[in-house]
Design a protein around this ligand. Structure first.
Ligand code: PLP
Length: 467
């Protein structure tokens, strides 16, 4: 399987190359050169498979020759063996039409674990094959940082530097990063905002003094391997609800458009999906783009669902590429316009292509709280987190043909956002036992000024060169 850049000029890479590269060198994102497909019979044959086997089956066409089927299955078993629930991503029924797909049974309580636990193993596999080392540099507003650190802590060929804005992540989120004791983990609290942290990380990718010495890579959802791992649970949930004979809809709490793009990939592979509902909070650039063709970034408004407080959704570019005729040169031009103006119009082909599968909905703070209360009061005490609540609100509003079930992706454990859940429902969720002593463990992090040279000097001092 070959991977091409959405902006058309970076070299095509195989799965191993695309996984290690993260971002393409022309600023685009890697997508498969064509979509592998399964027949209805092949999909039906996946019914009842244990999660790791389902994962290996769905992902094998994307991995191609980079791993043998046996090795891919071993890595899946290792990654998903670390989940607290034997079903890995269990499906829970709320009422006749609504279901929750619980994606938060991994070590750090958000769906990011599903992909990052596997990505950590893929990195290690490919690096040892090449006898190379990797320096991961990331900025986090919470969930990605802890999931990435957990996935690579203690791995010999990887150093991870995670920047978080000092005082602006929740206690649970910070402690999930700073209490991980491993020689290759470096937590950095910076003076400044998440956007400042993110800007410094991006600058490092373009700093040849750094990239000449270190193989710097990314763990956010611009990395194709993350999206690939997320395609699996769409298959798992739809199969349980009657696919391929019956169509299923999904409602997806969306920020960077990674998780819901994985649903688009599942549909392209032949899974019969009725609708993908893109659920946003008041940071609704995606809702405006899908409803009106207006993709224009505003100012980020902080909400109780911080992982969706995003104005520019990196993975939307993958959709625009795929439904807009796969014309890398034209998309590069369109994205240059967006980067200059912070706004662009979708083409007719992009709008119509997206409308075939996607709808969107936006939930404000009241609607989010109401969805949390509905689950608590009407579904026998079901406790859901603020992100999931936004998805559930959109699912309950959705206009769908009779008999089509809607699966809302439950992206975080409610205990990760205890204050917001308690405000809406009066119920304070308890932390699961697997993170139970989080508040007794010692924390380790350095504080650095929000200054690029200080960060770069710190990374250069502590990271190991690529070879
Ligand atoms: C990251 C995250 C999201 C958004 O997912 P995207 O793939 O960025 O759209 C939603 N909910 C939670 C809890 C998250 O951590």
């Amino acid at each position: 399987m070959q991977y091409v850049s959405t902006r058309g000029s970076a070299p095509a890479l195989d799965f191993e190359g695309a996984t290690l590269a993260g971002l393409a060198s022309d600023g685009g994102l890697y997508v498969p050169a064509e979509w592998p497909t399964f027949t209805p019979e092949e999909i039906a044959a996946m019914r009842g498979l244990p999660y790791a086997e389902l994962a290996a089956t769905v992902m094998q066409p994307f991995v191609g020759h980079a791993l043998t089927p046996e090795r891919l299955l071993e890595l899946c078993q290792q990654a998903y063996g670390r989940f607290a629930h034997a079903a890995v991503t269990p499906l829970v029924q709320l009422d006749e039409r609504n279901w929750l797909l619980e994606l938060f049974h991994g070590p750090t309580l958000a769906f990011k674990d599903v992909a990052l636990q596997l990505l950590g193993l893929l990195f290690e596999e490919f690096l040892s094959r090449r006898d190379e080392r990797l320096t991961i540099v990331g900025a986090t507003s919470g969930d990605t940082g802890s999931a990435a650190i957990n996935a690579v802590a203690g791995r010999e060929r990887i150093d991870i530097f995670m920047l978080h804005p000092k005082g602006r992540v929740s206690d649970v989120q910070r402690r999930q990063m700073t209490t991980v004791k491993a020689p290759n983990v470096y937590n950095i609290a910076i003076d400044g905002s998440f956007d400042d942290a993110q800007a410094m990380v991006k600058r490092m990718f373009g700093d040849t003094a750094m990239t000449g010495r270190f193989r710097i890579s990314a763990v956010n959802s611009i990395n194709w391997a993350r999206l690939m791992a997320q395609v699996v649970y769409y298959f798992g949930a739809a199969l349980q609800l009657g696919a391929p004979e019956r169509k299923v809809a999904f409602s997806v709490p969306t920020g960077n458009f990674g998780d819901v793009f994985a649903g688009h990939v599942a549909a392209r592979m032949g899974l019969p999906i009725e609708r993908l509902i893109v659920a946003t909070n008041v940071n609704d650039i995606l809702h405006r783009a899908l409803a009106h063709g207006d993709y224009s970034a505003g100012i980020v408004t902080p909400t109780a669902a911080p992982s969706m407080d995003i104005q520019v959704s990196s993975n939307f570019e993958r959709l625009l590429f795929d439904v807009g005729g796969r014309d890398g040169a034209a998309l590069a031009e369109q994205m240059r316009g967006f980067e200059a103006e912070k706004a662009m119009r979708l083409t007719n082909a992009q709008r119509e292509g997206a409308a075939a599968l996607f709808t969107s909905a936006r939930a404000d703070a009241d609607e989010m709280a109401r969805a949390m209360r509905w689950a608590w009061e009407s579904c026998d005490g079901e406790v859901i987190d603020p992100h999931t609540a936004i998805g559930l609100h959109a699912a309950r509003e959705a206009d769908l043909p009779a008999g089509v079930p809607v699966v809302t992706l439950a992206t975080a454990h409610p205990a990760k956002f205890r204050d917001a859940v308690e405000r809406a429902t009066g119920k304070r969720p308890t932390l699961p036992t697997r993170v139970g002593d989080l508040f007794e463990r010692d924390e380790a992090y350095v504080e650095l000024p929000g200054d690029y040279d200080a960060i770069a000097a710190y990374v250069a001092e502590h990271a190991a060169p690529s070879r």
